[in-house]
Design a protein around this ligand. Sequence first.
Ligand SMILES: CCCCC/C=C/C(=O)SCCNC(=O)CCNC(=O)[C@H](O)C(C)(C)COP(=O)(O)OP(=O)(O)OC[C@H]1O[C@@H](n2cnc3c(N)ncnc32)[C@H](O)[C@@H]1OP(=O)(O)O
Length: 303
Amino acid sequence: MAAVLRRGASFICLGSSQLLSGGCKHGRTCILPFFSSNNRNSSSSSKIKVDLDSSTGIAVVKFQNPPVNSMSLDFLTEFVISLEKLELDKSCRGVILTSAQPKIFSAGLDILEMYGKSPEHYAEFWKSVQDIWLKMYGYRKMTIAAINGFSPAGGCLVALSCDYRIMADNPRYRIGLNETQLGIVAPFWFKDTMVNTVGHRTAELSLQFGLMYSPSDALKIGLVDQLVPEENVLGTATETMTKWLAIPDHAREISKSMLRKPTVDRLLASRDADTKNFVNFVSRDSIQKSLGLYLTMLKERKE
Ligand SMILES: CCCCC/C=C/C(=O)SCCNC(=O)CCNC(=O)[C@H](O)C(C)(C)COP(=O)(O)OP(=O)(O)OC[C@H]1O[C@@H](n2cnc3c(N)ncnc32)[C@H](O)[C@@H]1OP(=O)(O)O
């Protein structure tokens, strides 16, 4: 898997497992054109839109994978490349993640990537899920999730991996790690991220029941930090980011690393075993059956 990024006349070619080493494999490609005007740089791949204002140092990364921003392999690849590029860009100091889709931040991992595919495919997909979490949880720059809609499972994980979470105060929305409701199990690093945010006891209840919280309940347990009217989510995220950016970058970055590195290191020490575990688990007939039933339920709900 590879992606080609274009900035002005220069091209960068990245493979998902080689994002940090800068190596290049050939295969599937996606092009991220860069447009510049005044202090703004915009780039858009098919599923991720990036808008960087170099006068403020704030980048807005928008998910645009209709209908529900499910995190497919292609989505995750484009997402991690966009974050990698912003992390290397000295004019960027903070990143806001939000959705271009109305009412949905992200429906989580694309279930179709875990259903009816080969073990090799499951392994490739899972490595890309690990890649995005490792990139986000250990991200050097400040990150804010501007949660403007539903955010189950993988969508919740992405929000949890940010430094601060602002959610639209719409009582219809839900956020949480609902994996058990699909008959699957959130891996230890999803669990660690949740425990680090809401504490052990709340995580016990939350993960076992696969609880999905309303915005007000999510605020009560500390799953999100702030609720604002829907139309103010991005504006408040930008104002909040500006306040955080008053802190010297190196001091904030070292403090973040001190708190998060042990959690990141746990996955780094067992990536291959974690991948094997996922492939074995998801390949089981009983798990495939659960996922198949869940997909059918999603479809039938509409009828
Ligand atoms: C084994 C190790 C575990 C790994 C950890 C797993 C993490 C995960 O993230 S698993 C995914 C969990 N996600 C969910 O449970 C969300 C399921 N989706 C929904 O609840 C809803 O779709 C919604 C609330 C996000 C949006 O509702 P609505 O606006 O009514 O849209 P629809 O339900 O009609 O969905 C439209 C379309 O999209 C398909 N779809 C929805 N979610 C997913 C998904 N996560 N993956 C793949 N496809 C998804 C849905 O089936 C519809 O498809 P069509 O019928 O073909 O239009």
